[in-house]
Design a binder for this molecule. Structure first.
Ligand SMILES: N#Cc1ccc(Nc2nc(N)cc(-n3cnc(CCO)c3)n2)cc1
Length: 287
């Protein structure tokens, strides 16, 4: 399952905000390694006491990430249970969640965005090969470990975070609120998440990245969001038709029409070599 960490070996520092069921803090973990004390900077993700009944799902997410290792999957050191506190101890990723990074108006180039999309696709390909469904792919769950500096030619580096509480455990409203990232078929059967669901979410996440972290449906109420799927609407296509094609293939309402991860990676590779990338080195940031 996962490593149990003693609460007294953790120190909790400043709060870094909160997800839907959790609060996150910067912290430190103390290990005794070859007889010497070693302090590691960590991210402490604490499950809200109000959602205590979700602790199994919370720890299931932790164990998913602990049992598989990949360069683009977040490292989870383990969990710590102390009284009513359920804490997941993760590696501290330097620049935090990608959606906030993009919203802060960093102007990043098209090739930067493609690089991030390719890294996410390789993480998904790895999970697909192990037949593991993530279930919550979105820019909020992509963590930026390296900013990448175009002038130095160094590229960004992202890590896919844990999926958090599973769709089967969250209420219908939380699922509706995850439109357009959640695959349409999940609304009818939230307990039956498939690999194809992650492909839909991948498409919505690439769209989000190319829209600098802005979501078209932000501010829409749950009925409007539900209507978006019931009338089979699509996100507005990018003016880069090859990118728009890939996103709409992933966001096909017919789950089995969605492309394999290998096809997604192949299409991303041909996008990276297209002259569109050179022409749009750094898009003016449209906020
Ligand atoms: N300013 C700032 C700043 C904030 C956070 C980090 N680092 C970090 N490391 C992680 N392992 C996870 C997260 N994280 C962020 N939001 C979520 C909830 C959605 O998953 C998880 N952030 C670094 C800098």
């Amino acid at each position: 399952q996962f490593h149990m960490i003693k609460y007294e070996d953790l120190s909790c520092d400043e709060s870094l905000g909160q997800g839907s069921f959790t609060r996150i803090f910067k912290g430190k973990k103390i290990d005794i390694h070859d007889g010497e004390k070693r302090v590691t900077e960590v991210l402490l993700k604490e499950l809200d006491a109000t959602h205590k009944n979700c602790w199994e799902s919370f720890f299931e997410a932790a164990s998913l990430m602990s049992q598989i290792a990949h360069r683009h999957l977040l490292l989870v050191y383990g969990v710590s249970v102390h009284g009513a506190k359920n804490i997941m101890v993760q590696e501290y990723v330097k620049y935090g969640a990608l959606d906030l990074y993009l919203k802060r108006g960093r102007s990043v180039s098209v090739s930067w965005k493609l690089d991030v999309a390719k890294q996410l696709a390789s993480a998904l390909n790895f999970l697909e090969e192990k037949n593991i469904v993530h279930g919550n792919i979105c820019a909020k769950n992509l963590l930026l470990a390296r900013e990448g500096d175009p002038s130095q030619g160094s590229s960004p580096f992202i890590k896919l975070s844990d999926p958090g509480i599973s769709m089967a455990m969250v209420g219908k409203d939380v699922i509706l609120d995850r439109i357009p990232w959640v695959a349409p078929e999940v609304l009818g059967a939230p307990e039956k998440l498939t690999l194809e669901c992650d492909k839909w979410s991948f498409g919505a996440t690439v769209w989000e990245i190319f829209n600098n972290g802005n979501s078209l449906l932000r501010g829409w109420n749950l009925d409007q969001k539900k209507q978006f799927y019931e009338s089979f609407q699509q996100l507005p296509p990018s003016q880069w038709t090859e990118l728009a094609d890939l996103i709409s293939q992933c966001m096909d309402y017919q789950a089995d029409f969605r492309p394999s991860c290998r096809s997604i990676i192949r299409q991303l590779n041909s996008l990276i070599t297209s002259d569109y990338v050179i022409l749009h080195a750094t898009e003016p940031v449209t906020q």
